[in-house]
Every structure is written in C-alpha cells, then in structure tokens.
Write a protein that binds this ligand. Structure first.
Ligand SMILES: [Zn+2]
Length: 394
C-alpha cells in the first residue's frame, strides 16, 4: 500500500447505473435530455435480441422517437464523417450507443461532432492537425453489451483507417453523461468474445495498475476489478452465469475508469499498430500478448530497475491471485505470469499468425508502437524486447 500520496487528478466520470436490469432505466434517463434520440448500435445482435425488442417498446411507451445507425466492425474516420454529414439535418437531444467497443466508440465520436460538424481528422491524435476540440457535444449515453473495452467510462474514441492507422479522438468533453451497465446483456456473448474482451479488460486493469501515472484511487479500483476478473473470466468462458456476468461487467467498467485516468502500457502500445496494419480485433491482440508482455516487463524491471514500484505491484497481484500473503516477490510474479499463460491456453486465444502476421512485419510494428500507451509502461522496453513479445506469439 502506497502511503505517500503524491498529487493526482481525476478527470470527469460518467454517472453510472450498474446492475442486472439497469437497461430498463434507459428510457427515463434519455427522456431527461429530450424526445429525439440517435441510437448507434452494433451490426445486428442487440437490435435483433429480446432485450432490443423490449427496449424499443419501452422507448415508444415513453413517447421517444429515434433514428438508428449501425456500425459494422471497428469504425473509421470516413464512417464517422459520413454519418455526421448524413444526420446534420436532424436535431438529436441525445446519442445512445449500445453494443461493444466499436459501437460505443463510434457513438462517442458522432456525439462529439454532430453539432460542430467538422471532420474527425481535425482532432485525431498523431495523424492530423490535432486541433483542440471545443464542442459542443450532444449528450451521450453508453450501454455496453460486451465486457471488454471499458469505452463506457473513457474519454476517447478509437478510430481505424484500415491498413493505415488506429488513433484516438480524445477529450474530457467526450465522456458519456451516463454509463448504463447491465450485465444481463452479456448473456448472448459467444465464448470467443468473452475471452478476448475479458482479457482486454484485465490487461487494461493490470497496465493501468503498474502505469507510471497510476494513483492510489485508480489502484484501488484496478485491484477490485482484477479480483473480479480472476474469479469470473475463466468461469464465464466455460459457462454463462449471472454472477460471472456481473463480475466481468464490473471489471470492464473499472478498466475504462482506470485507463482513462492512469494510462496503459506495452500491450496497448503494440495493439495500436497491430490493429491498424492487420484485421485483428483489439481484444485478441490484448489476450494473446498480455502474458508475454507481463513476463517481459517483470524480467526487464528485475534486471534494470529492481526498486521500481511496479515490481511490488506485480507481486501484489500474484499474491492475491495465489491467495498466499507470504509468497516472496519473485514467486508471486511468476504465479501471475503462469496464470496469464494458463488463461491464454484455456481461453483459446488465437496466435498472431492466424491473422497473417509474421517475421517480416516485426520491424514496422515495433517502430509504430512508441506513442501513446507505451509512454506509461513502467519501464522503457528495447526494440529487441518488444520484438521478442511479438515473436513469442506467432
Ligand atoms: Zn484495450
């Protein structure tokens, strides 16, 4: 426990409704902003589900009207601009995003740009003029239907130009007004998605916990999120249960809060070019790399910076996972890495080669991984170390 409270800042969070049945609160919450909504959903599943049918009936009963946009795959800047242009004539009182990370990120970017109307490239980090975003936003309500990205509690929308880049539109003003987190929505999530998204959430918790920008408040949330995931992730992958759904929805929500406040690390640094250059889902990148990247961070810290606070934190997670308070640091960290390796196998995470990634691609992936998340990794990793992380998962 860190008793030395160095100064820290906590940026704005959404108001949060969490729990089984929370979706039923959406119509009243949305009606608080007005009568005309934009619904941004994933390609199909929610719209066609029982929960979707119930929600639409409920919205009608509340005399709400809406237009609907669906998002297929990870959203591109061109998709955001075209959607904003097509909807300019309508005046929406709120934007409701319902779906996985792609739907929520698209909804967040659209809510940010509907009123200003300018292209999203004006603001994307690292690839355009990076003009400051001034708003105004349209009030945004986020309803996650997967447990993974934590987009419901973050201030950035990740957009992908296929074959080119994967970058964030980021501003405190983009944070959702409300996050409505209803674990029941995970009931129809297939096991492969539970695995990849759940390991994304876990990676976000672990990376923000050992981040150079971690603070005591995000640490507390990250700890509770990691403990929830430890118990629930393999269980939910094997078999659906209300308890495991609720724990994973909680872990995901905490992961978004922590990453927005404390930043991430090497896995997400590598995820940016991997997701930009190859058709590999974000959750799969995280799930397939987290064990190797954690092993690499631990080895680098033990060799070059043994006094680094992150080493004690990795050991703390290992002790909590092993439920052995007396475990020494080296053994506790080994237990953590071994657990992550076991998850990688048990949850059946695909390897990078399944997406056409090979030896020839290493140099350009590593070269493009240095921005953003990599900067808050607890230790600077060499090109050789990053290459080794990737090569271990071909
Ligand atoms: Zn992530």
């Amino acid at each position: 426990m860190n008793n030395d409270f160095a100064p820290f800042s906590i940026a704005r969070l959404p108001r949060i409704e969490f729990g089984s049945g929370a979706l039923d609160k959406l119509p009243d919450i949305a009606a608080g902003y007005g009568r005309h909504l934009l619904l941004v959903t994933g390609a199909r599943s929610f719209v066609e589900s029982e929960a979707g049918a119930r929600l639409f009936a409920d919205l009608r009963a509340h005399h709400l009207s809406w237009e609907q946009v669906s998002v297929a795959g990870e959203p591109s800047p061109a998709f955001i601009d075209a959607t904003v242009a097509a909807l300019q004539a309508s005046r929406f009182d709120a934007v409701v995003g319902i779906g996985g990370g792609s739907a929520l990120d698209a909804a967040k970017a659209i809510a940010g740009l509907l009123r200003p109307g300018n292209p999203v490239m004006d603001h994307l980090e690292g690839v355009g003029p990076e003009l400051p975003y001034r708003g105004p936003t349209t009030p945004f309500i986020a309803v996650p239907s997967t447990a993974g990205t934590g987009s419901e509690s973050t201030k950035n929308a990740v957009l992908s130009a296929p074959g080119g880049f994967k970058k964030s539109f980021r501003d405190d003003k983009l944070v959702a007004e409300w996050a409505i987190v209803d674990p029941d929505l995970l009931a129809t999530c297939p096991p492969a998605l539970i695995a990849a998204d759940g390991l994304d959430a876990f990676t976000q918790l672990l990376e923000s916990f050992v981040s150079t920008r971690a603070n005591p408040m995000t640490d507390a949330l990250a700890r509770s999120g990691m403990m929830a995931a430890r118990d629930a992730l393999p269980a939910l992958h094997r078999q659906q249960s209300a308890a495991a759904r609720s724990q994973m929805a909680y872990a995901s929500l905490m992961s978004g809060i922590c990453l927005a406040q404390a930043g991430l690390g090497a896995v997400h640094g590598l995820a940016s070019p991997l997701g930009a250059f190859f058709p590999i889902p974000h959750g799969v990148v995280c799930g397939t790399l987290v064990a190797s990247a954690t092993a690499c961070n631990v080895a680098a810290l033990e060799a070059r910076d043994p006094g680094n606070a992150a080493l004690a934190k990795y050991a703390e997670v290992g002790r909590r996972f092993a439920m052995q308070k007396g475990l020494n640091g080296v053994d506790a960290r080994r237990f953590l890495v071994d657990t992550l390796r076991r998850w990688e196998a048990e949850l059946d995470l695909p390897r990078l080669s399944a997406y056409g990634i090979g030896e020839d691609d290493l140099a350009r992936i590593v070269a493009a991984s240095r921005g953003g998340s990599m900067k808050t990794n607890p230790i600077a990793l060499s090109d050789a170390e990053l290459t080794h992380i990737l090569a271990s998962r071909f």
